[in-house]
Write a protein of this length. Structure first.
Length: 193
């Protein structure tokens, strides 16, 4: 068992096999043409969990803990853990947005447009989408460029690194705050629309 669970690739493969068994075994005859939408929605939610999970990790665990980490250990976080986490963070943000827009359009033609223009009946999901778009833009255009400097992934002097770290943290904290109403809007639409 430890060989299976100790190997990330094998564990992911087992998860995918169980996913296929669940989707086709439980709902094969009932889904008909809805398979594409179900798959898109599943991957949208999976990407969103990854993105928001990492956002909460950064804001609830890494940022508050770093001041108490001994100086000789900080390099392990900034050199190994943070770059890997930021890789998944930024790409899951992009995947969440793209898949979410695809889900909207496969659900109903013009759905995304009506949501983005906050049309009647689409206002809640539209606000959620706009918050998600703002958050994704923060990830790609503020957090990631500043984190590259703060972590020393690109050349920068100490003053620039410090300013970049503060800017990245403030943008991350902004996303942390925006995630709460964004998640509410995403969930609530199914119950009010």
């Amino acid at each position: 068992m430890s060989k299976l669970l100790g190997n990330l690739n094998l564990a992911m493969a087992l998860g995918v096999l169980l996913l296929l068994a669940a989707m086709f075994g439980l709902h094969g005859e009932m889904m008909g043409d809805n398979y594409a939408t179900a798959w898109l929605r599943f991957f949208h939610v999976l990407a969103g969990i990854t993105w928001i999970g990492l956002l909460y990790y950064f804001n609830l665990v890494q940022i508050p803990t770093m001041p108490s980490v001994p100086a000789e250990l900080k390099g392990g976080v900034s050199k190994y853990i943070a770059p890997r986490a930021l890789f998944w963070f930024r790409w899951s943000a992009l995947a969440t947005v793209i898949l979410g827009l695809l889900v909207a359009e496969t659900q109903q033609a013009g759905y995304a447009g009506r949501a983005l223009t906050l049309s009647e009946g689409y206002r809640t999901i539209g606000i959620g989408i706009w918050l998600g778009l703002i958050m994704a833009a923060n990830v790609w255009f503020i957090i990631w460029p500043n984190q590259k400097r703060a972590l020393g992934l690109v050349a920068a002097d100490d003053a620039v690194k410090a300013r970049s770290a503060t800017t990245a943290m403030m943008a991350s904290r902004t996303n942390f705050i925006l995630s709460v109403p964004m998640l509410y809007c995403m969930v609530a639409q199914a119950h009010i629309g």
